[in-house]
Design a protein around this ligand. Sequence first.
Ligand code: NA7
Length: 852
Amino acid sequence: MKLDIATTALLSQMAAGEAPPMHELSPEEARLIGGQMAKGYPGGPAMVSVKDVEIPARDGAKIRARVLKPSESPRGLLVFYHGGGWVLANIDEYDTLGRQLAERTGCAVLMVDYRKAPEHPFPAAPNDAWDALLWANDNMAALAGRKVPLLVAGDSAGGNLAAVVCQKAKAEGGPAITLQILVYPVTDGAMETPGYANPDNQLLLNTPLMTWFWDHYAPNKDDRLKPEASPLRADDLSGLPPAVIVTAQYDILREEGEAYAARLRDSGVPVTYKQFDRQMHNFFAMPGLLPAQAKAVEYVGEQVDRHLAKFSQADAVVVGAGFAGMYQLHRLRQMGLKTRVIEAGDGVGGTWYWNRYPGARCDIESMAYSFGFSPELEQDWTWSEKYATQPEILRYAEHVAERFDLRKDITFETRVTRAIYDEEEMRWTVYTDKGEAISAQYVIMATGCLSVPKQPDIPGTDEFKGPAYVTGKWPHEGVDFTGQRVAVIGTGSSAIQSIPHIAEQAKELTVYQRTPAYSLPAGNRPLTNAEISEMKQHYRDYREAQRHHPGGIPNPPRAMESAHNVSAEERRKRYEAAWETGILTGLSSAFNDTMTDQQANDWVSDFIREKIHERVKDPEVAEALTPRSFPFGTKRPCLDTDYFETFNRDNVELVDVRKTPIERITAKGIETKDGEKEFDSIVFATGFDAMTGAIMNVDIRGVGGMALRDKWADGPHTYLGIGIAGFPNLFTITGPSSPSVLSNMLVSIEQHVDWVSDCIAWMRKGDLAAIEPTEEAEDEWAEHNEATANLTLFPQANSWYIGANVPGKPRTFMAYVGGVDTYRTLCDQIAASDYAGFRTYEADREAKAMSA
Ligand code: NA7
């Protein structure tokens, strides 16, 4: 006996009734039988209120529906679509189940009597389902008493409709559904799974009846395979709400539920799946008759409990717990905002958490690359070297987290996947990959400028059988290259820092270079006590100087003189002096026109080229390592410790891929036009999807469901790199078109966080619910940005500043070159003039009541 006793008994009673098979009946006859059956169900729990309503459909018709309220203050609003093959059943027959669900979940349940086929064939049912969902969302305050999480559920054909509306809500950018509960859903109209041929499954629902349903519902066979009828056939299931999927063991639809669960999981959607053993199709909709039905309602209730416990309210969600996210949390908490930080790593530190490659080090002096907001912090932390190593910076980040008790509001090992703005509520719903949905007034993207490693763009990357490492995602336990043949691809900062270390360990190191870099010797060394105490005495003045310096790096001061004003000898003298400082900005600060005048830049570029030739013994290798295709400083220059000297070692070889292009990566190594070279390990130091990558990784939908990915399809468009028109209350810390990577990041981070925090404080004082830039302000900023960049030599280089490193990425200059000082003045003046260029929205009464 495959089914449980109650089901076996029920089937035997039904057989004794000798009713003809359903699929031989007309829809009217079949409906009568279904109605008779439902009369045998118990009445279901009492509700605080039961109200029948009529929902306007798009074609002017009315959709019958019933609101079941289990309490005065339901925890959620669950829109339920009943089963019956889109032909049979109605909300009266499902009344008991609806009440059970309302009672168990604590949610108000909206039972939708969508129109049935064949009178109303496809797409009437999904259209009604969608119209009802929109109506539910619009009327949430009336239905549930306040803004609550929105859930959808359905069984069988209703499970199909629930899945379909979730896909539509994703495509439309809302409403924000927080959970989908699909009970043995129909997900594919092809009817080809093995279950359809299995005699074990030919129970209440059998293959002829399923054919009968589809024939009535979607007589046109092409319609059946559209995602609106077969949600399994949608191209992309990523970003859908977390799902609870229930199936029955002996059900021709079991495999459709399994397949949908598998595809959702593969697309990164959290899925809780449960098969009820010894059960048949429809068991969930037969209350009172089958004990498993009560168990399934209990199971669904547990899932909703779990889900709603995670559904949270916050004033602000900050994405990322690097330096930006940490300081933003600190500021908002000080202001009394309930703030949640969501962080993908299992610790704080952002860039300094992920980039653990050998030799990783900051190239801004440690005392300058640290927080200035707390004089106490600055006094109790002591840096050990001129340039801090990654482990030391990470310890500093951990110290900051400890000192300000930040960890308690950070959720680690969790990624934000979507953020959807609700115009009426003027709030965001932020989804995480752990199935949490957080409602928040503000979303602050503190996701870093260089946090998403560039996708490999070399054919065959997956073929390599040995270990492959990406500098930006280095294993925490470290890598020992001793005795290995190692390849490093790339010669940017990460490669330049790691190559000398790898060369010391490896048996052979081959460096694949596409563009040589300008790199200056760091002259790193331990800090002396005298230097430390001198800085600690004058930190306050130093911070002030940082804030008003174009790059946030006041030492050495920027010369006011043109390189043209002095003799060749004097120029040389100043370049040599700058070179000796070992400071990244030393050479560019030696004259005031290095970045704007071609000749001035040529002089300094030639000086560095000469130095490279002095550092590398083999003139051919030296020439290959010498940058000639772009002006100094227009791609991020590097600081190194023995980088060029490393090429004097016998175990190091340079491959210039412009002359000898990499054709592909093979199972054993790297193939160029000169043949295949075998390696034990490959290191990808190939950079990042800079500035926009991490923001665009989150599916952000603003006003009218507009996707940020669409808005930025031709490149990022922002106001000040802080706000985006159409995306109210969304702020980006060091976002595209702010000075960001052209400055000391810590200085820019603090300036942005302070500005955003002050803006939020101003809004709260003025009782404003939302703020967003105007399109005009965005255009004006873009125009100024571009014009400023065009006054410099920056646009000449194919750099990641303009997205040139990522194939297919639109090219726009993504950092403000006008300087942190000018930028700060602009931001301050905008704030002082009541946030000129922004539009604001007043809080409505309902929103106020909620936060109270
Ligand atoms: P970068 O500076 O973007 O460097 C990446 C390097 O990888 C650069 O030399 C690239 O050459 C090279 N690259 C990228 N793709 C390829 C392919 N397909 N083939 C060969 N070479 C390739 O990233 P980093 O991580 O080094 O530094 C990022 C920043 O972090 C740094 O500027 C500091 O601010 C800190 P390209 O120049 O594109 O020709």
